[in-house]
Design a protein. Structure first.
Length: 273
């Protein structure tokens, strides 16, 4: 049984360090089946989004799992087309209805949309006060976007979810978040498979007696990151979860730290004004 450590957020609540991502998991049986399998294996954190179109399936799997609501940490994100003060709250209410939940454990702004992100953040602050979101945060925010938010609001995001892997280390962003007690979640921590066969990853995996995917996820865990690997294949879901019973040595960590070339497998918010 997978037992993920939990990290404390700035609001005092705890979040499992391992989560199942369901981006690109097809709505319906595929998403529901993947979530059920992950929960059976011991995952206690699921990351969905309005944009993914599978919030209802995450909720259905949670109910079918037999686990209590408090046992599973569920995240969703406000889609770009739903951003804005009033539209954010209305869309969150729809998301809750879709998933048949009273509240999400974490609600994020999915992307720092120009001209809308400030109002969207104010709406999430309201949602937290109303009990619709237990914790709130952001996604794809750069240092500049975080500085803007912190200059406008006394409420610090609990989480910043960004693309992060040994090939996109984001050291400056991680340091900024650490200074302000914002936990960092890594999406696409496996580079969507593109870098799994890199010679240094393969070498590290051989040395550790693990798979390349496990090595990349373990690197993130040892940097105190929350990891969100995604898969709908039971064997891969199990493999991605088996990362808490070994450690990478200091030499391996230094090697992996040196792989940062700014590689992105997803969207880039760097130049978003």
């Amino acid at each position: 049984m997978i037992e993920s450590p939990r990290l404390q957020m700035i609001d005092g609540r705890y979040i499992p360090q391992l989560g199942l991502g369901v981006y690109q998991s097809a709505p319906g049986a595929e998403t529901e089946g993947a979530v059920l399998e992950a929960l059976r294996l011991g995952y206690r954190h699921v990351d969905t989004a309005q944009y993914y179109g599978n919030e209802a399936d995450v909720g259905s799997a949670l109910r079918k799992s037999g686990l209590g609501r408090d046992a599973v940490f569920v995240t969703t994100k406000i889609a770009n087309f739903n951003q804005g003060r009033d539209t954010t709250l209305r869309s969150l209410e729809r998301s809750l209805k879709e998933a048949a939940l009273d509240a999400y454990d974490l609600v994020l702004i999915h992307f720092p949309v120009t001209g809308k992100r400030s109002d969207t953040w104010r709406a999430l602050v309201d949602a937290q006060r109303q009990g619709l979101a237990k914790s709130i945060g952001v996604s794809n925010y750069t240092v500049r976007h975080l500085e803007e938010l912190l200059g406008e609001s006394a409420v610090v995001p609990a989480i910043n979810q960004v693309e992060l892997s040994p090939f996109l280390g984001q050291a400056e962003l991680r340091a900024f978040c650490a200074k302000h007690r914002i936990l960092v979640q890594a999406y696409s921590p496996l580079t969507q498979g593109v870098k799994l066969r890199h010679k240094d990853i393969v070498s590290a995996a051989t040395k550790a007696g693990r798979t390349p995917a496990q090595v990349m996820l373990r690197w993130a865990v040892q940097h105190d990151l929350i990891v969100l690997p995604k898969s709908v294949t039971p064997a891969r879901i199990a493999e991605n979860g088996a990362i808490f019973d070994f450690a990478l040595d200091a030499d391996t960590m230094r090697t992996l730290d040196g792989l940062d070339v700014g590689f992105r497998a997803s969207w880039d918010p760097t130049d978003v004004p």
